[in-house]
Design a protein around this ligand. Structure first.
Ligand code: COI
Length: 366
């Protein structure tokens, strides 16, 4: 197929799960544990471009042991969600923004760019086919995971792979973190997520592989997630293991959102960007800037910072109760979810489920 094709047909099918089996999963989908009946696969070959797009039954793929991705990790991915709307229809949230971020990640990782129209065609095809998997419960959604990896067979490392596979899979999703509980973040200084000029801005698998040791340390220290600091001075807050981070200054009509600015090593979160824009709907100013651990401690102790939360596609808006480091314990808002966090969360989910006006045209109806 050429890159201008915008429909992807179902090639063949096997028996999907029964409605009863699907309902049992949707009763408690957790996160990333169950997958829908189908997936999309599109191939890329240098000189030929994107071709052989297929919607086919979900299942294993066979690859040669010398496939480039297994050795050199040329892999990028995205995360977005499809939401059940009040009228029963289904809409995805800002898929064009994911297509753009994936294109940026591809450029950084020397991979071909999947055109936006093909990215959207893949989303439309899979969500249409597996629409019964989009949960009705407003606290749940269908998580979509587009990803791309190098498939050329060979161990040479003097140039990027000449062949790639783009795939899209879907997984019904409940809460990423335990619902109703605040998260505690570990201010790790032993490891670095990303340095200037590195791959921090790209959504590549390697960034997450490199984070597991720090995440294990966070858990060993009794925390839920690692909170990364900048690589050079190891003092400025950057982001958390699986999401961006926001602070609330003040309260009531004086409340203001603050999030670390995109330094080149942070992941440019689409939920982060959406909150920076949508806070205005609630009359809440939102700013980006630098915040050091010392400033965080001072501002929390003085009461200037009243709340903190994580933002991400999987995390949505997750209240943070505090930060802990080797020598510090910073409690935010008494360790409880704050009212501004919950207002912002409800507003975002309202837009995503079509209960709040979508004034920015963010919903992509399937
Ligand atoms: C997402 O929120 O979509 C992510 O990619 C985070 C992931 C590590 C669960």
């Amino acid at each position: 197929m050429s890159t201008s094709a915008t429909t992807i047909e179902l090639k063949s099918t096997t028996e999907p799960l029964s409605a009863a089996e699907r309902s049992a999963i949707l009763a408690d989908p957790k996160f990333g544990q169950y997958f829908t009946d189908h997936m999309v696969v599109i191939r890329y070959t240098e000189g030929r471009g994107w071709h052989s797009a297929e919607l086919r039954p979900y299942g294993p793929i066979e690859i040669d042991p010398a496939t480039s991705v297994l050795h050199y990790g040329q892999e990028i991915f995205e995360g977005l969600k499809a939401y059940r709307q009040a009228d029963g229809s289904v809409a995805c949230f800002r898929p064009e923004a994911n297509a753009q971020r994936m294109a940026n990640s591809a450029v950084r990782m020397a991979m071909p760019v999947l055109p936006e129209e093909l990215f959207l065609a893949a989303i439309d095809a899979l969500v249409t086919q597996d629409a019964a998997w989009v949960p009705e419960d407003p606290e749940q959604s269908l998580y979509l995971r587009p990803f791309m990896f190098s498939t050329e067979v060979g161990l040479g490392v003097n140039r990027p792979s000449a062949e790639y596979l783009f795939m899209l899979i879907a997984s019904p999703a409940g809460s990423y973190f335990s619902a109703g509980k605040t998260v505690t973040a570990w201010l790790g200084t032993d490891y670095v997520r990303a340095a200037p000029g590195g791959t921090g801005e790209a959504k590549c698998g390697g960034n997450y592989a490199a984070s597991f040791l720090a995440q294990a340390q966070a858990v060993a220290e009794g925390c839920d997630q690692v909170c990364w600091l900048d690589a050079i001075e190891r003092k400025y807050i950057e982001e958390m293991g699986s999401n961006n981070v926001f602070f609330v200054y003040g309260s009531g009509a004086e409340a203001k959102l603050f999030t670390p600015k995109l330094s080149g090593s942070l992941l440019p979160g689409i939920t982060r960007d959406s909150l920076l824009q949508a806070a205005a709907d609630l009359g809440i100013p939102a700013e980006e800037g630098l915040i050091s651990v010392d400033e965080l401690r001072e501002h929390a102790e003085s009461g200037a910072i009243t709340e903190a939360f994580g933002s991400g596609t999987a995390a949505v808006v997750t209240p943070i109760g505090g930060f802990r480091g080797k020598e510090s314990e910073i409690v935010i808002g008494g360790g409880k979810a704050g009212p501004v966090t919950m207002r912002v969360r409800e507003h975002l989910l309202g837009i995503q489920h079509g209960d709040v006006a979508d004034s920015r045209g963010w919903l992509h109806t399937i």
